[in-house]
Design a protein around this ligand. Structure first.
Ligand SMILES: Nc1ncnc2c1ncn2[C@@H]1O[C@H](COP(=O)(O)OP(=O)(O)OP(=O)(O)O)[C@@H](O)[C@H]1O
Length: 956
């Protein structure tokens, strides 16, 4: 209550007129403690009302209102009182709050509200007494913080002169407008204000009839615009037909029924559960809808009881208030739609559901609309907003959509058989049947992919100079068959290096190098992704690309995610260079990592700056500000998903800047470099996790893709075994290990964790197992390798394993990427079910890299996980396994946390099944940009593109 507006003049009057001691004391008290606690304040309020001669609070309000409405005036000069009590002020100063909702008990609040509401109804019958301002003021001040939409709608409505107000039963006072503001009128005004398409990006406030409170609730939950609201898609659709089938154990079904009871039960010291019983009417087993005739219908239906159970462990969940609050969420008599997994119970027609989603339907009518022919959209709740509430607001939003909001030209829609955008929104939110929902979904998925592709291609075209180049790029995407440079035309250095290799390239490797060299000779920076199955020999392809640019007088940088890998590549390359016939030609190669001493780093940086060094292999250190290149021409990024786009892009800042200082100027053998001395370096990214083409397109839509499809000759397929990790199982595993070691092999033992943890005692840990394994295999040396070790320790562990000083290497997933020990011949993965299929394939690729027959044993901790792992027994094709993983676990799990972080968000599309739509969207984007490189002829598309902001590169 606004003390300043209501009581203050009264009390001051009393105090100053009669020098009343109590009122003086009261004023002093309020003056001193502006924020008294609620009990004190309620006492004060009571005292004041009595002091003022009223019977109670309601009496005082009543009289006050009457006085106001009758034009009663108090001629007392309040400025006098204000001087005496400075903190009690009138006018625009903050009010002295007598009630504070946070501490005010809900009972009292409800009581006050209903009292006030009664007052209002009584007073509003007399037109003279209707003073909206004072009523609104009094209501909101009695319930501070409740200046909600309902009250506002009340005021607005009263101001608008419409008298029809409908109170809704309930604890809080709610007013509902009988007739919302006409949607058409709203639309008309909006239409004149802005182009139709803009409506999607208008504030949510444009939805007619939205109260202030609803508006702020929606805003708080992120629904700032109509677009945001319409993109809140249904999670699923309930279809009553589902409940008509016979109910079997383990089926996922949807029911509509009435809540009979809801009980929160404490079942033990730290165990409780919630049981909601719902009665549903379903068909008798075996009945079909055709056999229902009106009269017999009731006989054909039977009532079943669903027992929905949720379990809670922990003492804090056993407290009565918690259990009561759980119970109260489900009210007896509520009509609900439940979907989930059914389990039969012993009692006939009783079923238990432990995994379920429950949505309260607005009323009984709703349950009939989710009947046979209609789909009932079920929304996920968001930020505390209930699904049904969202459903209602969304359907209001749909009403104001004009037909012409589609930025995609009609010709493209026809070509790709797409429905228009407005129909898509209606179809997804209010489908008449599944086919309609399906074509709506297809259109919306198309949009998600289309703008992503359009954005990326648009950005790439912007980076190019002439129209010819732009057309060339688009052509390249349209006809992905690639141009290649024959070996004869490779630089002399590359050819010399090729000769020094101890093996010949596989056909796939050869064509990859030729394609890459073709790109390197063009004046446009290459952006290529090289992928292939584990151990297919990508590294050598990248080395050859580096040799090509070095042979043309430039520098190359090779960035890898770990020091372990950097050292391995560095040593590997040095060995290959040593084999070169003409050693004079060998370029200068250095290693730069975090462990490089600062003295050495300075020398290396100097060498890179003045062009003395031609190739640097290293980790993130390569992109440090201090590292400058004289003529960087290619950046190879191994395991590129481990780097962010920004890190990849940082190479672009290391532009080729000083051609005059080129040490190998004379070595220039082609003219590709002329006039392009400010060109960004070519980027060759490598990915060891083979990913399906769709996913690659979504992840790296702006990259050309090269795939190595064959393996080096002579590889003997790895034998894979899936074994259950019980006592017998481990005996078998240890026996196989011993046989392998006795035969001169080397064994990797891979663990999911480094240290044993109390939370997950079933997981075997690398450190903890070192002792056990060492004593079990007493005649052999064991080593340990994990991510927490210092880098020199890691290098040492790997070196010892490579050289044969250790025979068994206990390790974590650190070896998953890139580690190449060709004579390692056995891998045992503990708790294998903890790893993804693609990850296990990647791990398995650490063995079988030489000419020795290798084995991989996957030890599963539970029998249930054996089946999932069986696919690895059957297939050794990384691409096939990745596709399977994509379908089974989705892109997030397939790619791992870091890489999937680069995946753009697709609210409705699922890459695992919507790959063909992605291809179509890609083609559509090419078609549009082919017509107009800068989207100049497609203003609406350009506007839409900027609204969707797909220009953030690769989604991160
Ligand atoms: N054409 C070839 N013939 C024979 N051996 C080859 C050939 N190409 C590469 N290799 C050898 O195969 C092994 C694996 O090569 P590399 O490390 O380049 O594979 P990768 O594709 O990078 O695999 P991963 O992704 O698993 O690291 C290396 O020991 C390499 O020397």
């Amino acid at each position: 209550m606004r003390f300043s507006n209501f009581f203050f003049p009264k009390i001051s009057n009393l105090y100053f007129r009669s020098k009343h001691k109590s009122s003086g004391k009261f004023l002093e008290k309020v003056d001193a403690q502006r924020k008294a606690k609620y009990p004190d304040r309620s006492k004060l309020l009571k005292k004041v009302t009595v002091l003022l001669g009223y019977d109670g609070i309601d009496d005082s309000i009543d009289n006050e209102l009457c006085e106001k409405c009758n034009g009663g005036k108090d001629d007392f000069d309040v400025s006098l009182a204000c001087k005496r009590f400075p903190s009690i002020s009138l006018g625009f100063f903050p009010p002295v709050e007598l009630y504070d909702e946070a501490t005010c008990s809900s009972m009292d609040e409800g009581l006050l509200a209903s009292q006030l509401y009664q007052q209002f109804l009584a007073n509003s019958s007399d037109p003279k007494l209707v003073d909206p301002d004072s009523l609104y003021e009094t209501w909101t001040s009695l319930c501070p913080g409740r200046e909600d939409g309902n009250s506002s709608s009340l005021t607005e409505h009263m101001h608008s002169g419409s008298p029809t107000l409908k109170p809704k039963a309930g604890r809080n006072l709610e007013f509902h407008l009988d007739e919302p503001v006409s949607a058409t009128t709203m639309l008309e005004t909006q239409n004149t204000a802005a182009p139709m398409q803009d409506i999607l990006d208008r504030s949510i406030n444009c939805i007619p009839g939205l109260t202030k409170r609803q508006y702020s609730q929606l805003e708080n939950c992120g629904f700032h615009t109509l677009r945001k609201l319409l993109h809140h898609y249904p999670r699923t659709y309930a279809n009553l037909q589902n409940a008509e089938v016979s109910i079997d154990d383990g089926q996922y079904l949807i029911f509509v029924g009435k809540i009979l009871s809801s009980r929160g039960i404490r079942a033990g010291y730290s165990f409780s559960f919630l049981e909601v019983v719902v009665a549903c009417e379903v068909m008798q087993n075996g009945s079909t809808s055709e056999c229902i005739v009106d009269e017999t219908e009731s006989r054909k239906l039977r009532t079943i009881h669903l027992h929905l159970k949720k379990f809670f462990r922990g003492t804090r969940f056993t407290y009565q208030p918690f259990l009561r609050s759980l119970e109260s969420k489900h009210k007896e008599g509520d009509v609900v739609c439940i979907s989930g997994k059914v389990r039969t119970m012993r009692t006939k027609d009783h079923y238990e559901m432990r995994e379920y989603t429950l949505d309260t339907l607005q009323d009984e009518e709703d349950s009939s609309t989710c009947g046979k022919e209609t789909l009932y959209p079920i929304y996920p709740s968001k930020g505390g907003l209930k699904p049904n509430y969202l459903k209602d607001i969304i359907s209001r939003g749909l009403q104001i959509l004009p037909p012409n909001i589609d930025p995609i030209p009609e010709v493209i829609r026809e070509d790709f058989k797409l429905i228009c955008l407005r129909d898509a929104y209606t179809g997804i939110h209010q489908p008449k049947n599944l086919a309609e929902a399906d074509s709506a979904r297809r259109r919306l998925i198309f949009d998600e992919f289309f703008y992503l592709q359009l954005g990326r291609l648009y950005q790439m075209l912007e980076g190019l100079g002439t129209k010819l180049e732009k057309d060339g790029l688009l052509d390249k995407y349209r006809k992905p068959e690639l141009n290649a440079v024959l070996v004869e035309d490779w630089s002399t250095l590359t050819k010399e290096f090729l000769k020094a290799l101890p093996y010949s390239l596989t056909p796939s490797q050869l064509s990859s190098v030729s394609q890459i060299i073709w790109d390197l000779k063009r004046p446009v920076p290459m952006n290529r992704l090289l992928q292939g199955d584990v151990g297919c020999g990508k590294t050598i392809v990248a080395f050859l690309a580096c040799m090509e640019v070095i042979g043309s007088g430039y520098q190359a940088a090779f960035m890898v995610p770990t020091e372990l890998l950097a050292v391995q590549h560095y040593e590997h390359l040095l060995k290959l260079l040593e084999n070169m016939e003409n050693r004079q030609m060998a370029p200068s190669v250095v290693l730069l990592t975090g462990s490089t001493s600062s003295r050495q780093s300075n020398i290396i940086r100097e060498g890179l700056k003045n062009g003395d060094i031609s190739l640097v292999i290293g980790t993130h250190s390569l992109i440090a500000d201090k590292v400058e290149f004289s003529s960087l021409r290619i950046a190879v990024i191994d395991e590129q998903h481990r780097f962010g786009v920004i890190q990849r892009g940082l190479f672009n800042s290391k532009l080729y800047f000083n051609p005059a200082s080129l040490k190998l100027e004379s070595a220039k053998s082609d003219d590709s470099s002329k006039g392009d001395n400010i060109m960004a370096p070519h980027v060759l990214a490598m990915s060891a996790t083979p990913i399906p083409r769709t996913l690659a397109l979504a992840l790296y839509g702006d990259m050309s893709l090269t795939q190595i499809t064959d393996l080096p000759p002579g590889r003997i397929p790895i034998e894979t075994y899936i074994i259950e990790g019980n006592e017998d199982g481990f005996e078998i595993v240890y026996k196989m290990m011993l046989d392998e070691l006795d035969a001169g092999g080397k064994v990797y033992l891979v663990y999911p964790v480094i240290e044993q943890s109390e939370q997950l005692p079933q997981l075997r840990a690398a450190s903890a197992d070192l002792k056990t394994i060492s004593s079990r295999f007493a005649g052999y040396n064991c080593g340990l390798l994990h991510g927490k070790m210092k880098s020199d320790m890691k290098d040492e562990a790997l070196r010892r394993f490579r050289s044969g000083e250790t025979n068994i290497l206990l390790s974590t997933q650190v070896i998953e990427i890139g580690v190449d020990v060709p004579d390692a011949s056995m891998m045992v993965v503990m708790n294998a079910e903890r790893f993804g299929i693609a990850q296990l394939h990647q791990l398995r690729g650490r063995v079988g890299r030489g000419d020795r027959k290798s084995k991989c044993i996957l030890v599963a901790s539970t029998p249930s996980s054996l089946n999932r792992l069986k696919v690895l027994e059957k297939s050794s094709d990384g691409f096939q396994l990745a596709s399977m993983d994509l379908v089974l676990r989705g892109p997030g799990d397939l790619l791992g946390k870091k890489q999937s972080g680069h995946l753009p968000e697709f609210p409705i599309a699922r890459l695992e099944i919507d790959g063909n739509i992605l291809q179509e969207a890609h083609l559509a984007a090419l078609k549009i940009l082919g017509e107009s490189h800068d989207l100049g002829s497609f203003h609406s598309l350009k506007a839409e593109l900027s609204m969707r902001q797909p220009l953030s590169p690769l989604g991160d």
